[in-house]
Design a protein around this ligand. Structure first.
Ligand SMILES: Cc1cc2nc3c(=O)[nH]c(=O)nc-3n(C[C@H](O)[C@H](O)[C@H](O)COP(=O)(O)OP(=O)(O)OC[C@H]3O[C@@H](n4cnc5c(N)ncnc54)[C@H](O)[C@@H]3O)c2cc1C
Length: 395
């Protein structure tokens, strides 16, 4: 009888984290983040580029902490929902910058669910080690909310698919070496039925990435031009023309992440700092607005915990998860608006200004929050989903 060693994904975990008490686990994680995460990178006013924060994430990868939610057999920490929340809360508390995490948060979970054994072995290790940085090629000019109208085509040619088209708003594509893309593989089928989910290497001939400068003056997303780009047919995830089903599951993962209380909690801290520096924290009118926002954020934390537990149990998220994204993004915007009001003359400066004893960029939370009601499905689209699929209102 032959015995085959199971394939090892990532580094071995030091211990069974879920066997620890929540208090001990929190203390361990807190100590690690507090001690090792660089002060200069805490709560950055914009999305950091890979060269700016890679040292930290490579350290996390080497420790086996890069994928806290992934199961242990796939190289993750295998955290239970409550431990995962603690891990995220401690990241938030320290202000750890998000990296180009489309691999860990999106394509990794999709491969675990829909990928072949070969795809998992080929791609999951690179995500865990951070050697492979992934970007998400969904949106196209004129195909954002109406994603099913996308026109980038992939045609089978021998062993390869050949891709022609354009993607847009691709976050940090200039830092990525791989893309997961939705492409049209059957132009004659109904829009949602002729789409496939393909993986492609950015080193392939025909890939051109052009950064786009946003309202805040930063280049966080890009246009990606795909001209005759070849990818091997084994890079098809799920069945041919069934990419919509794969993509929909991924949007579920995305929505839970976009509903994290991280940004609004940090926004509240900034708001309190600005209000104290400007001497209005005890003003009853300000305080009324502050407490009301604080309750909104606490409420968000509860809703988030509810959905995180569903994900943690491995159950699918229902359409009602749209509520989470609306609540998180719009709460962030309300907080950001009040920061600008409270900062007075500093509220319009897109740079760190000394307000009292502290240097604060009062406009940064506004820019960060503004885009939240657009990406990952706009608020209007989320409301349409709630109206049609949850409340059963006429469409
Ligand atoms: C910061 C940022 C990062 C992003 N990163 C990525 C990425 O990495 N990869 C990627 O693929 N995409 C990315 N996107 C794109 C994002 O997914 C799209 O912007 C989003 O889906 C909206 O599409 P659109 O921009 O084409 O707007 P449109 O779909 O043209 O919508 C314009 C307006 O019309 C409203 N609207 C549209 N249809 C309806 C309707 N049926 N009912 C009511 N209102 C409607 C929308 O709510 C919006 O207000 C990113 C976007 C941003 C802002």
């Amino acid at each position: 009888m032959s015995t085959t060693e199971p394939f090892r994904y990532g580094v071995a975990q030091e211990r069974d984290w879920n066997a620890m008490s929540d208090e001990d686990f929190r203390a361990l994680v807190r100590d690690d983040f507090d001690t090792h995460y660089p002060q200069a990178l805490r709560f950055p006013p914009r999305r950091l580029r890979w060269h700016e924060n890679k040292d930290w994430h490579l350290r996390m990868a080497a420790k086996g902490w890069i994928a806290p939610a992934w199961p242990v057999e796939y190289g993750g920490m295998g955290l239970s929902p409550s431990k995962l929340l603690i891990f995220m809360e401690e990241q938030e508390r320290v202000g750890i910058a998000r990296f180009q995490d489309h691999g860990v948060l999106m394509v990794g979970p999709v491969l675990m669910r829909y990928g072949t054994e070969e795809q998992k072995r080929k791609y999951l290790p690179g995500i865990l080690s951070c050697e492979d940085i992934w970007c998400q090629g969904y949106s196209e000019p004129n195909s954002g909310s109406d994603l099913a109208s996308l026109r980038t085509r992939a045609v089978r040619d021998g062993d390869d698919f050949v891709i022609d088209g354009q993607k847009i708003w691709t976050t940090l594509a200039h830092d990525a070496n791989h893309m997961f893309a939705l492409v049209r593989t059957d132009p004659d089928a109904k829009p949602q039925q002729g789409i496939s989910f393909l993986l492609l290497d950015f080193a392939s001939p025909g890939v051109r990435v052009r950064p786009i400068r946003d309202l805040s003056g930063h280049e966080e997303f890009c246009e990606v031009f795909l001209d005759g780009v070849r990818t091997h047919h084994t890079n098809l995830v799920g069945a041919l023309n069934q990419g919509w089903t794969v993509a929909k599951s991924l949007l579920g993962f995305e929505r839970i992440f976009l509903g994290s209380p991280k940004l609004p909690e940090y926004g509240l801290q900034v708001l309190e700092t600005v209000a104290r520096a400007r001497g209005v924290f005890d003003d009853p009118v300000f305080n009324d607005r502050f407490v009301s926002l604080k309750i909104d954020v606490a409420h968000l934390g509860d809703i988030y915990g509810h959905y995180a537990a569903i994900v943690g149990r491995g159950e699918p998220l229902g359409p009602d998860v749209s509520l989470l994204k609306i609540w998180a993004s719009e709460t962030s915007q309300r907080i950001a608006d009040l920061i600008i009001d409270t900062a007075g003359p500093f509220g319009g400066m897109n740079a760190a200004a000394r307000i009292g004893e502290t240097a604060i960029n009062a406009l940064a939370p506004f820019y960060k929050a503004r885009v939240q009601t657009i990406y990952g499905g706009s608020s209007e689209i989320q409301r349409n989903i709630l109206a049609r699929q949850v409340l059963d209102l006429p469409g």
